[in-house]
Structures are given as structure tokens and as C-alpha cells.
Design a protein around this ligand. Structure first.
Ligand code: PEP
Length: 249
């Protein structure tokens, strides 16, 4: 059984003050959630967030991690630094990082390997652009991203420790959601790729989220699909009430 996981991706939003207020409001609203709940917050908020979620059912995530242990990488954050704060999850390869910060399948793979080596659980994001979908390249793109991201990762007890987020780029922050059939079908393809080309057992057990304008209104419909094991939630994770409605789908 794959336990669903709903994770918020706060992106570059919230100061320590506003983020702490949001977490305090969220805690009672999600305390009876049937799924796993996580919030991935900006680096500056992690220490305060770690204190606030202690003893609750909310898991803490970061939005990126560097692939080296330490050293001359100005502006980067290491896995050890995140572990020290109590971070459990880390988003890797979000399409915004691929689009604006030159993230590649190779760096996604290196970051995932580094996260796992240090006991962090990567949420590996994959997804096609609108042009790729419209020109029939969705499966080719997703297979390339999955095989790239998972290279040499089989040694790391995958199913429990890795989450994949299928996030069609055209649905992120656009208010345009994939239909539940589209999301289910594409996630089934990702799982088939994992089972056939990465690791049969791991692929069947690994959790694959949908992300892309998932919100209080469409969450239950999307979550009713057998292949969708949760959501990565951007905009709707910035209001406690909205996010809690997604979590309590
Ligand atoms: C995301 O950034 O991962 C995301 C899914 O954003 P939104 O929910 O706003 O589309």
C-alpha cells in the first residue's frame, strides 16, 4: 500500500514572521489527516518551521539541496546543513529550477544521490512543457527525465525514501489542471518506466504525486485516481485553509 503524501511547495514566499503564522494556523487544521503531510519552505524559514512542527504530523521539507558535501559553492546549501535542522524531504528538479537555474537531468541525479546518502528523502520533479505535450513528446521527455534522475539510485532502499512528482509544466501556477485521466495515465506511464527500466519492486511501491494547480476544489477528484499517490501543491499551500482542504481531500 502506498500512503498518499500531500506536500506544500512554498517557493520564494513568506518571511519567518508570516511563515510561522501560517504554520501555526495549519497545525490544527491538518492534525487528523489520513495522508502524510509535508511543507517545503524557503531555507531562511527552516529553523523556525522545524521548531513549530515538532510533535505534529507535519513533516518538513526544503526546496533544493546541493550535490557536494561542502566547499566553495557560494550561495548553496548542503544536505548536512538541512539534516542538522531536522529536514526530512527535499524537492529536487522542480521545473522552475530547470527553467531558470539550468538544472539538468544530470544535476537532478547528483542532488538526489546526495540527499539519499545523507538520509534526506528527495521529491523528484518531472514534467513536460505544453509544446512537448502538443507535439506528442510527453513520454519521451518523461522517460529521459526519469532514467536520468534515477541513474545508480537503486542501492538506496528506494520506495520508502523517494517520491516522484509528476508536474506538467503547463499546469504549474497557471490555474490549468491536467484532467484526472491525463494525470492518472501519465503517472501510470512513469510507473511503468520505473518498473521496467529502473527497479521492478521499487517502481511498484514508489509514491508518485501529481502537481499543477491542484487545489481545494479539484483535490478529491484527482486523489480518487488509482495511480495518483498525493500532490505537490504550490499556490494553494500558501493559505492554511486551502492547503488543509487539499490535505483532507
Ligand atoms: C508547484 O510549484 O510545484 C506547483 C504545483 O504549483 P501550483 O500548485 O501553484 O501549480
Amino acid at each position: 500500500m502506498r500512503k498518499p503524501i500531500i506536500a506544500g511547495n512554498w517557493k520564494m514566499n513568506n518571511t519567518i514572521a508570516s511563515g510561522s503564522a501560517l504554520i501555526k494556523e495549519l497545525i490544527p487544521l491538518v492534525k487528523d489527516a489520513q495522508c502524510e503531510v509535508a511543507i517545503c519552505v524557503p531555507f531562511t524559514l527552516l529553523p523556525a518551521a522545524a521548531e513549530l512542527v515538532k510533535g505534529t504530523n507535519i513533516k518538513l521539507g526544503a526546496e533544493n539541496v546541493h550535490f557536494a558535501d561542502k566547499g566553495a559553492f557560494t550561495g548553496e546549501i548542503s544536505a548536512e546543513m538541512l539534516k542538522e535542522i531536522g529536514v526530512e524531504y527535499v524537492i529536487i528538479g522542480h521545473s522552475e529550477r530547470r527553467q531558470y537555474f539550468a538544472e539538468t537531468d544530470e544535476t537532478v541525479n547528483k542532488r538526489a544521490e546526495q540527499a539519499l546518502k545523507n538520509g534526506l528523502k528527495p521529491i523528484i520533479c518531472v514534467g513536460e512543457t505544453l509544446e512537448e505535450r502538443e507535439t506528442g513528446k510527453t513520454e519521451e521527455v518523461l522517460e529521459r527525465q526519469i532514467l536520468g534522475a534515477f541513474q545508480n539510485l537503486t542501492a538506496f532502499d528506494m520506495p520508502a525514501n523517494i517520491v516522484v512528482a509528476y508536474e506538467p509544466v503547463w499546469a504549474i501556477g497557471t490555474g490549468r489542471t491536467a484532467t484526472k485521466e491525463q494525470a492518472n495515465e501519465t503517472i501510470a506511464f512513469i510507473r511503468k518506466t520505473l518498473v521496467e527500466k529502473v527497479c521492478a519492486k521499487c517502481g511498484a511501491d514508489i509514491r508518485i504525486q501529481y502537481g499543477g494547480s491542484m487545489n481545494a476544489k479539484n483535490a478529491s477528484e484527482l486523489m480518487s485516481m488509482p495511480e495518483i499517490d498525493g500532490g505537490l501543491i504550490g499556490g494553494a499551500s500558501l493559505k492554511a485553509e486551502d492547503f488543509s482542504k487539499v490535505v483532507n481531500y
